[in-house]
Design a protein around this ligand. Structure first.
Ligand code: IVH
Length: 677
């Protein structure tokens, strides 16, 4: 009797624990809003596990403890789909979208309709069947009619509810996409790299591979996620609008994509596409387009499908960002600081309307890790404006003639030894006078954010080095003595020589932070240079700073301090600085500490649009010279907006606030007047 009572209590406690855990799973995995700490959650799980271990007869298949995965199955069983799992027709342009709409509207006749727009997730489609609120089968799409039984695997997906709460149809089938986030994918591949396992090419393959694992215990370790995009029920007691069905699914505990949106017209479908195209790269998962679905289920049924494609829905695909091509060879670019940067020379391939010829390869370890070989067919990925990247080789295309890449033992430009400093992934050329380094250093020195020497671009830098007219950056300031030799260079007439010499002369007065940045001290960006210039106020002070002193500056870490300290102790660098000084390059902070007395003190300027008479950095410099400050956005602190040609939204914002708006002409006039006073 008392034993029965105990068992009764235990069963009740188990039920209670399962309910709590399911609730917290939902908060955590579906709503992203946990209410308890991980430790508290673990304690609940631990207690449930213990009670179930002591009372194995109380274990049920839908217990949250069973998510860890049942024993491996030999092969997957077959699941017959109640209604076929259709695919989608694709459109690739606005014209095609409009053509689809016209056709559909003609078929719909008088009846007007609206849409639900969804993100087209790049994962794999699955169907989940619930009987009386309990998950009984999970299946892949297969051929659309018959899929694989992957129930044990899908049970391990945290956002798949095992039991549904509230009133549920006796038989409910939901369909959706199982996927891996970019982050989850990266972590998974990192882990595999560490274990020496082959890497997954992309999140979709990784998700598909994980769902089709024979051992569910492995699936349970993969951070899979699922968004539901369709629901069907026996007797059809679900809402008769697609959007409302998705809302209903959300209430039942499923995860739906928060970007889903009702679009009343096809124009709004187009706008949704445009918005998503822009946000695409910042989504935490990969998406390959949007899906527009007619909301009315009765209309959906009336329209039906052609072949496997429903007439009531369409996928509007994003331009592809991946392609495959031949990796012809691996070349090495020597950076400003002597780093050897390997890159792939590809057989040109068009990806998303852009021809790709090169891709970054980072370093030797990375090439090894991805098992990329010369003559491999490789998967190339383009992401926005960043340098294209090689995802990996297409192993099935290997012929056996591919060659592994090895870093050369000497610098490909100057033949000097190369080293790989301990703890670094990069190989470096040991020759400070390496011509490749010299070119990169020169290019950096004259660049916009550095000394901003107009008219001296990459070609001229290379030509000057080739002609032996400059050997290092300081030689630029002695070119006036070599006028005749300059005139003898290709494309250098009297006028261009005068212009080049003039901009070199002008650059002598650049503020100290520009000079510090231009020197190309390893690890020193424009921002750090600004901090250093403000702190030391002269290059001499900076060059004499001790390691301890440098490290004491907030935001200067040990690595940066080390780099600065070492830079100023190198004989070659000291010589260059000396030459710069003798040429009359400014080495002191020009801005006096008493900026408060300068004419533009207390005023904050924001620049927008294109200026005719000067570059943006030049304009900012002028403002600073007069004691003003500059900001990148219009805020309450902004006092003036300088609007050049084609101003952006900053102008509208400035107009709505108490900001003085200046045309370029007004701005120049103001500078001239302030200059006189
Ligand atoms: S609806 C009858 N909605 O795209 C409509 N599919 O090309 C069937 N997919 O196999 C699909 N996100 O794997 C739909 N929001 C979404 C989707 C989506 C991704 C995939 C799904 C399907 C394929 C069809």
């Amino acid at each position: 009797m008392s034993q029965d009572n105990d068992l009764h209590d235990v069963a009740a406690r188990i039920e209670d624990l399962r309910a709590q855990i399911n609730y917290h799973n939902q908060r955590y995995y579906v709503l992203d809003a946990p209410e308890i700490s991980d430790a508290e959650y673990d304690a609940l799980m631990e207690e449930l596990r213990r009670l179930e271990a002591e009372n194995p007869e109380l274990i049920t298949a839908d217990s949250p403890t069973q998510r860890v995965g049942a024993a491996p199955v030999e092969a997957f069983g077959v699941v017959e789909h109640h209604t076929p799992m259709l695919s989608l027709g694709n459109v690739f342009s606005e014209e095609e979208l409009m053509a689809w709409y016209k056709r559909t509207a003609a078929l719909a006749g008088e009846q007007g309709f609206d849409f639900t727009c969804e993100i087209k997730m790049d994962g794999l489609a699955v169907a989940l069947t619930y009987l009386n609120g309990k998950l009984v089968t999970g299946a892949t799409r297969g051929d659309g009619y018959r899929g694989e039984d992957v129930t044990s695997n899908l049970r391990t997906v945290r956002s798949v509810p095992l039991t549904l709460s509230g009133t549920v149809p006796p038989r409910l089938e939901v369909r959706g996409e199982v996927f891996l986030s970019r982050d989850g994918f990266r972590r998974l591949n990192d882990q595999r790299a560490g274990e020496g396992l082959p890497l997954f090419a992309n999140p979709r393959n990784a998700a598909a591979g994980s769902v089709r694992q024979l051992d569910p215990r492995i699936t349970s370790q993969r951070p899979l996620d699922m968004f539901v995009y369709a629901a069907y029920a026996e007797g059809d007691n679900l809402p008769d609008r697609h959007w409302d069905r998705l809302e209903e699914m959300k209430r039942l505990g499923f995860k739906t994509n928060p970007y889903n949106k009702v679009c009343p017209s096809i124009e709004e479908v187009r706008d949704f596409y445009q918005e998503m195209l822009v946000s695409r790269e910042s989504l935490p998962y990969e998406a390959d387009g949007i899906v527009a679905k007619i909301n009315s289920i009765p209309l959906q049924e009336r329209l039906g499908h052609v072949g496997r494609e429903p007439r009531w829905a369409v996928a509007y695909k994003f331009p592809p960002v991946q392609g495959t091509t031949l990796l012809e060879r691996i070349e090495i670019n020597v950076g400003r600081t002597g780093s050897l940067n390997p890159y792939a020379v590809l057989r040109p391939v068009s990806i998303g309307g852009v021809t790709i010829r090169h891709a970054a390869l980072h370093n030797e370890d990375d090439i090894r890790r991805k098992d990329i070989r010369i003559s491999d067919t490789v998967i190339v990925q383009r992401a926005g404006d960043v340098i294209p990247e090689i995802i990996g080789p297409v192993i099935s295309k290997r012929t056996g003639n591919e060659k592994e890449f090895h870093m050369p033992a000497s610098c490909p430009r100057c033949g000097s030894d190369i080293v790989r400093p301990p703890g670094e992934a990069m190989h470096r050329c040991t020759n400070a006078a390496c011509p490749a380094q010299a070119l990169e250093k020169l290019k950096h020195f004259v660049s916009r954010g550095a000394m901003d020497i107009d008219g001296v671009g990459e070609k001229l830098c290379a030509a000057l080095l080739d002609a032996g007219l400059v050997q290092d950056v300081a030689d630029l300031y002695y070119l006036a003595d070599k006028r005749q030799q300059l005139l003898e260079m290709e494309r250098m007439a009297e006028k261009s020589v005068a212009r080049v010499l003039d901009s070199i002369e002008q650059s002598k007065g650049r503020p100290l932070d520009r000079l510090v940045f231009a020197l190309g001290i390893p690890h020193i960006g424009a921002q750090t240079a600004e901090i250093l210039a403000a702190h030391y106020r002269s290059l001499d002070n900076l060059s004499e700073a001790s390691l301890e002193e440098l490290q004491a500056i907030p935001s200067i870490g040990p690595k940066i301090a080390e780099s600065i300290h070492a830079f100023f102790r190198q004989e070659g660098n000291r010589r260059i600085i000396d030459k710069l000084r003798r040429a009359g390059v400014r080495m002191e902070e020009a801005r006096t500490p008493e900026t408060a007395e300068l004419p533009l003190a207390g005023r904050e300027f924001v620049l927008t649009g294109k200026l005719e008479s000067m570059t943006r950095p030049q304009a900012e410099e002028r403002i600073k010279q007069f004691g003003g400050t500059t900001g990148s956005n219009v805020t309450r602190k902004t006092t003036h907006l300088v609007a050049g040609a084609d101003p952006g939204s900053k102008l509208d914002k400035a107009r709505s606030m108490d900001v003085t708006i200046l045309s370029e002409e007004d701005f120049l006039k103001m500078l001239e007047e302030e200059g006189r006073t």
